[in-house]
Design a protein around this ligand. Structure first.
Ligand code: COA
Length: 682
């Protein structure tokens, strides 16, 4: 007979003859908060003293094993018992122990399992140390016990990239000892630990297993470490993780453990970590749509139609096909479809060449995308996304056709970057089913999905798009209707000013350098050369707008990389931007013609004059309710435009700098330039 004793509200002990099962129950993800740690510590102490108990099983209720320490508690001083103390007690219990893993054993969760002698996992479980993504390193022995168990080389990618591994990989590495089906997991764990008892097995704590770590090849380790850290951007935690592993290899166990904890504490308090934790919670908050019940039933989406086989349409088609959904891609005629097919093939081939996709996977994904020239082919789709030319009349015509053929309940979305979603919806008899689904180029890579809520968009349409976005690996953010929505509206505020900087004395390379030093992957001019200058030129012309210098470049046929010249010069076949003396002359002449005196412009001014107007626009957007939260704006900029994630997004960065400093800066530039983009939002 089994008996259960509650230790506290989150931890209980179930006794099954001579085996004690410690249950953690802290929904939704069994995060190790103070209550759980206190319960675990008491449970371990009680089972240690219980002479009737000979072995211990550690398991979790709910949808997952422990998914990590409670990130929400990191802003406060750690309360006793800390996780290292709990794990040390578990490790020293003197009776065989086994952790039972389903769902995810992440961060502190994985570290907790390393305090046990054995681990058993379900086939779909994932194990990882994602701390680096939150700006710190594991602080409860992860960088020491993990390499003790699986060797320094195998531990390296887990610590430096934070990428989890599957239970099969974990089994192969020796991180788990057995795999068992979810419905018999705990029973199998009990049977496993009883076999250990029958075999007379004495517990062998991980801290005493130096065999694997001793085999770590130092040259290979350093080579691999250099490669992985070089790919980690400017994350301090990535190189700190390598250093912690070096300590585990070179130093006695306790010494390495103490240094790990000190580093963890230091990094946890760093600006980078605060920013990354902000992003973690921002992503979760964005899944909640203001004014919409989180539990509203979503519409099933099992097939997707795309109208328009251009760069955006094919990118969006790939995003869905990559996630396993069948896609129908529609374009005007066979020639356009042939181009779309070639584009798809080329994009997938690039992944095969890079080694990130096999030939068979490429074929499988391409097979999921069928091409058509007739709207009828979209009549069975649950969602249709229009990705046609950015012109209101074109879009309205498409939507009136979709209205006629789409099945009842189908969601009709537009990928417009600027246009009024309400006007597009008015072309249909079902505006409640219409929303914006704004992807960012390349749509199969960039994670942002701006979901635009029209005045009449139904709540379940919004929730369906949010859930679907998450399912295909995007970061969906719901925004309201205005020209350019959140991202492009803020970008416009920045764009005009980068051009003014050139006219006043900066070179494209100076502006771009200031951006990359700030942490952007590339500056605005290199970016425009990559995207093609002609697109926004055409857009401006359609709206009767002009932009000095940018227009001049386009009139000279300087469209960027595709023509070998833009803000930079590109040698044949090369994508490396080189300064162009001809452009320097062109800019100087333009400044002269416009009566602008050129001067030296330092990087601080470049950052202030480009970022401050963006932040100012962000404040206006919040005041108008176009974005529901400032953290939504941060996500849009991180996932759609490459704002450095380690700075937490433009609005978080502004708070870190101090909003008053930004306002003083805006007033200063407003006075100096007279430009409205610097007028502080009241
Ligand atoms: N600490 C505190 N809260 C956490 C958490 C953690 N380690 N992990 C998840 N949560 C919360 C989320 O904020 C969310 O809360 P909400 O519903 O109030 O918004 C809830 O748990 C569910 O998380 P969510 O990410 O929406 O669920 P999911 O099923 O998509 O993913 C995980 C589950 C575990 C894969 C994912 O939450 C995750 O990766 N968590 C972080 C793990 C981590 O970094 N651990 C190391 C910390 S040291």
């Amino acid at each position: 007979m089994r008996t259960t004793t509650g230790i506290n509200s989150r931890v209980a002990i179930e006794r099954e003859a001579n085996v004690g099962i410690v249950w953690i129950d802290n929904p939704p993800v069994n995060a190790l908060n103070t209550e759980v740690r206190a319960g675990l510590w008491s449970a371990v102490e009680s089972l240690r003293q219980d002479v009737g108990i000979e072995a211990i099983v550690l398991a979790c209720r709910g949808r997952t094993f422990v998914a990590g320490a409670d990130i929400g508690e990191f802003a406060l001083p750690a309360k006793e018992p800390t996780l290292p103390v709990v794990i040390a007690a578990l490790e020293a219990i003197g009776k065989p122990t086994i952790a039972v893993i389903h769902g995810t054993a992440f961060g502190g969760g994985l570290e907790l399992t390393l305090g046990c002698d054995y681990r058993i996992a379900t086939p779909d479980a994932r194990l990882g140390l994602p701390e680096v993504r939150l700006g710190f390193i594991p602080g409860a022995g992860g960088t020491v016990r993990l390499p003790y168990l699986i060797g320094g080389l195998a531990a390296l990618p887990m610590v430096v990239t934070g990428q989890p591994i599957s239970s099969d990989e974990a089994l192969a590495l020796g991180l788990v000892d057995a795999i068992a089906a979810a419905d018999t997991l705990v029973e199998d764990a009990i049977a496993f630990i009883r076999r250990v008892l029958v075999g007379g097995g004495k517990p062998c704590p991980v801290r005493e297993r130096r065999e694997q770590i001793g085999k770590t090849d130092p040259t290979l380790f350093e080579q691999e470490a250099a490669l992985l850290t070089s790919r980690s951007g400017s994350l301090v935690a990535a190189s700190a993780g390598v250093e912690a592993l070096r300590n585990a290899i070179a130093l006695p166990f306790d010494e390495a453990l103490n240094i790990e904890r000190e580093t963890f504490e230091t990094l946890k308090a760093s600006e980078q970590s605060k920013a990354l934790r902000h992003v973690f919670f921002a992503e979760r908050a964005a899944a909640k749509v203001e004014g919409v019940d989180h539990d509203v039933p979503v519409r099933p989406v099992e097939s997707v139609g795309i109208v328009g086989g251009g760069t955006m349409g094919t990118g969006i088609a790939m995003a869905f096909a990559n996630a396993g959904l069948p896609v129908v891609l529609l374009d005007l005629n066979a020639a356009a479809l042939a181009q779309a097919r070639a584009r798809l093939d080329q994009n997938y081939q690039a992944s095969v060449t890079r080694g990130s996709l096999t030939e068979a996977q490429k074929r499988e994904r391409l097979d999921r995308i069928s091409l058509s020239v007739t709207y009828d082919a979209l009549s069975t789709c649950d969602l249709v996304i229009e990705a046609a030319f950015e012109d209101m009349d074109v879009k309205k015509e498409i939507f009136s056709k979709l209205d006629r053929i789409a099945k009842p309940g189908a969601i009709l979305a537009t990928n417009t970057s600027y246009l009024d979603v309400n006007e597009i919806a008015s072309a249909t008899e079902r505006p409640g089913d219409v929303a914006g689904a704004h992807f960012f180029s390349p749509a199969n890579v960039m994670k942002l999905m701006e979901i635009v809520r029209g005045a009449r968009t139904a709540p379940d349409v919004l929730m369906t798009l949010v859930e679907l976005g998450r399912k295909i690996g995007k970061v969906p953010v719901v925004v309201g209707v205005c020209r350019g929505f959140v991202g492009n509206r803020m970008l416009a505020a920045r764009g005009a000013e980068s051009m003014n900087l050139l006219l006043e004395g900066a070179s494209p390379q100076e502006v771009d350098k200031a951006f990359t030093s700030f942490g952007w992957p590339m500056g605005p001019f290199e970016m425009q050369d990559l995207a093609g200058l002609d697109i926004s030129w055409r857009n401006r012309k359609a709206l009767g707008q002009t932009l000095p210098l940018a227009d001049d470049l386009c009139e000279l046929g300087r469209f960027g990389q595709k023509t070998g010249r833009g803000y930079y010069l590109y040698e044949a076949g090369s994508r490396v931007p080189k300064p162009d003396p001809e452009l320097a002359t062109l800019i100087e002449t333009k400044s002269k013609d416009m009566g602008i005196a050129r001067r030296r412009i330092d990087p601080e001014e470049i950052i202030e004059r480009t970022l401050y107007p963006m932040i100012n626009e962000g404040v206006r957007i919040l005041k108008e309710g176009i974005a529901s939260r400032s953290s939504d704006i941060d996500l849009i900029w991180i996932h759609g435009y490459g704002f450095p994630v380690a700075k937490g997004g433009p609005m978080f960065w502004a708070e870190t700098e101090g909003m008053s400093k930004i306002v003083v800066g805006l007033r200063h530039w407003h006075k100096k330039t007279g430009r409205d983009i610097f007028r502080p939002a009241s």
